[in-house]
Design a binder for this molecule. Structure first.
Ligand SMILES: C[S@@+](CC[C@H](N)C(=O)[O-])C[C@H]1O[C@@H](n2cnc3c(N)ncnc32)[C@H](O)[C@@H]1O
Length: 263
């Protein structure tokens, strides 16, 4: 990736630590001319990968109206531009409007995926969020704040599925979130409160749902917090052995492991 094109690379920076960047993201960052990054959400350690003469532009205090013309101007002078977002850009990153404006201006762009907070949380918790016989669905959602969640996606109606539910952008509305979850999950369902995953001050607390709000406030886990509520977290409550997947089961055959192989 030494010779980057004059285009915008919309790059997912993962949860925080630079070693959770994809190889492609790392290589683009190491070679880009201009990097625009949200200083409140992306770790500065990641910027150490950039070449010494790269222009670094912080965007926390900028609007879309400031940011997009900068990207367009730089690409038009044949620069490669990285727009760095936390986690994976497909989730709560406001890239839709950026891509629309870039397309209208005929500016080429590429999206590079990153590890989202829910994946980092599952890895830190050492849980599979889809355990056979227990849960096979993951819901990624948020609670209404300044951005409204459509009524048909109300948290209480999603909670009715009792799936593995990963709740973004909710810490400032934690009482409301807890009340809605309690409509369907029992009060003793374990919930993981995952604060600043992948950062030096990362904290993870697994508590009964009834203590979700209390724990968030008591430990001041307000900024950059993801909640995971899932039947797959039961092991934290009871130490039960969960059902195994059929995928690697000796009686389960498939194209690459026909009957009789491996015996
Ligand atoms: C604007 S959204 C961006 C989400 C991001 N695109 C992703 O895929 O993780 C910010 C929210 O994502 C969650 N989040 C992002 N990074 C996190 C991290 N390192 N630890 C915990 N939660 C995180 C929190 O819910 C935070 O309020």
């Amino acid at each position: 990736m030494k010779n980057l094109s004059a285009c915008v690379y919309i790059v997912g920076a993962g949860p925080g630590n630079p070693d959770l960047l994809t190889v492609r993201a790392q290589s683009i960052l190491m070679n880009a001319d201009v990097i625009l990054f949200a200083d409140s959400l992306v770790s500065k350690e990641i910027l150490q990968l950039c070449k010494p003469d790269a222009e670094i532009i912080r965007t926390a205090n900028k609007t879309l109206e400031d940011i997009v013309p900068i990207m367009i101007g730089e690409v038009r002078t044949q620069k490669s531009v990285v727009r760095l977002h936390s986690g994976d850009p497909s989730l709560y990153s406001a890239i839709n409007e950026q891509m629309q404006l870039l397309s209208e201006a005929d500016i080429p762009f590429e999206v590079v995926p990153g590890i989202s907070a829910f994946q980092a949380a599952a890895a830190s918790l050492k849980v599979e969020l889809t355990v056979p016989g227990l849960v096979q669905t993951i819901i990624l959602t948020r609670i209404s704040g300044r951005t409204e969640v459509p009524a048909k996606e109300e948290l209480s109606s999603l909670a009715a599925h009792q799936a593995s539910l990963c709740l973004y952008l909710a810490a400032r509305h934690v009482e409301n979130a807890q009340a809605k979850l309690l409509e369907h999950y029992s009060a003793d369902t374990p919930i993981a409160i995952c604060y600043r995953l992948g950062w030096d001050d990362e904290k993870i607390r697994v508590v009964p749902l009834s203590q979700m709000a209390d724990c968030t406030h008591k430990e001041d886990l307000i900024r950059t917090t993801l909640y995971v509520i899932s039947p797959a977290l039961e092991k934290f409550a009871s130490g039960i052995i969960q059902e195994r997947s059929r995928l690697y089961h000796p009686e389960h055959t498939h194209l690459f492991r026909p009957r009789g192989m491996g015996k």
